[in-house]
Design a binder for this molecule. Structure first.
Ligand SMILES: [Zn+2]
Length: 364
């Protein structure tokens, strides 16, 4: 399907889009990759769980069928170790429990559950009543049916809003982020994970190299794929000018950052320990983080070992090539030694001479 980029607007208001792929254009003004089909703001809403895009089927079938992701039942377990601990660690850097946290697009609710375990006053929002009930039952955590604009939350009351893999789905990111910033305390922060479009990326090259970012070109779902520059511009425009990029779990196609209207204050590991150790649940959360840190250290060690082995292999290869060169050069050198050449010539001439004289045993 090729969509003609006619009047499609970027979130920044610009209509001048450079064709990128059949379904996306790159905004010349801000560097966001824009899905070319106009999606109505109602696209996110789930009025009918059986038929609407982000309804029950999105969770039970679409994620597996379209992208081969693990099903939601498997993810209730996997996400805790594969994603949630990374996010908790980052959040603790900026806020300590019992801060009030809202997770937009919390899916099955495992991150909300982990945050509550760590002592945060956390709750979640989802669009499908089915997935809301699923999360409430699975983790016993408070989850509301969105959109966030429809919830009864006092402005200026939240410390943190987390949006993991949500920003790219929003039909009107300016409106939703404006609303979220209003719900935050003046020094509150947003914590976001979203795909990172690297400006200058070339679609043909992506196809040729099977680039990881191709997976993020999700028709009808990923409406805006921000670059680090365009994400910074979006939040600056909304008055949240303090932005700090953190390492993303899937760093080859994602970015992960904290953003606030006030300078971002960070906690030391000692402050994090002091906040978590006083309660049994906090101690368990800290133990999980300790294991996670150890796992990270092991992975880092393995990567360093592999890099060292690779360097050794390269040195061996270079050494082998150098030895081969020497052997070849010596071979050539031998051929050029005057004495040997002369011997060879003498032998050839003697053989020729003898053969011309005929067989000495035959009669003359
Ligand atoms: Zn733009």
């Amino acid at each position: 399907m090729t969509i003609t980029p006619t009047e499609r607007l970027c979130w920044c208001g610009n209509t001048d889009l450079i064709p990128f792929s059949p379904e996306y254009g790159e905004c010349r003004a801000c560097g966001t990759l824009v899905y070319l089909k106009d999606m109505p703001p109602e696209q996110l809403l789930v009025r009918d769980d059986e038929t609407d895009f982000y309804g029950k089927k999105y969770w039970l079938e679409h994620q597996q069928d379209a992208f081969g992701y693990a099903g939601i039942h498997a993810r209730t377990r996997n996400d805790l170790t594969e994603r949630n601990l990374h996010w908790l660690k980052a959040l603790l850097k900026y806020r300590l429990p019992p801060a009030k946290v809202l997770e937009l697009g919390c899916s099955h609710g495992s991150f909300v559950a982990l945050l509550r375990q760590a002592g945060f006053d956390a709750c979640g929002v989802e669009m499908s009543p089915w997935v809301v009930e699923f999360g409430q039952k699975t983790f016993g955590v408070p989850i509301s049916v969105g959109p966030v604009e429809a919830l009864d939350i006092a402005p200026g009351s939240l410390d943190v809003i987390a949006l993991m893999d949500v920003l790219e789905h929003l039909p009107d990111p300016v409106a939703t982020m404006t609303h979220c910033l209003k719900l935050l305390k003046p020094d509150g922060l947003l914590l976001l994970q979203t795909p990172q479009f690297k400006e200058g990326m070339n679609y043909t090259a992506l196809l040729e190299t099977k680039g990881a970012f191709l997976e993020q070109l999700k028709a009808d779902e990923h409406l805006y794929l921000f670059s680090d520059r365009s994400a910074t511009r979006l939040f600056q425009q909304l008055g949240a000018e303090y932005i700090q990029f953190e390492s993303a779990i899937f760093g080859h196609y994602d970015m992960f950052f904290a953003v606030s209207r006030a300078p971002l204050q960070t906690n030391t590991p000692e402050q994090v320990n002091s906040a978590l150790l006083p309660t049994p649940n906090g101690r368990f959360a800290l133990a999980l983080l300790d294991i996670y840190d150890r796992e990270l250290a092991t992975v880092a060690q393995l990567q360093a070992d592999n890099a060292q082995l690779f360097a050794k292999l390269q040195a061996c290869e270079a050494d082998r090539a150098a030895r081969l060169e020497v052997i070849e050069a010596q071979g050539q050198q031998l051929g050029r030694i005057p004495g040997l050449e002369a011997d060879k010539e003498y032998l050839i001439s003697r053989i020729t001479e003898l053969s011309q004289q005929g067989d000495p045993l035959s009669p003359p």
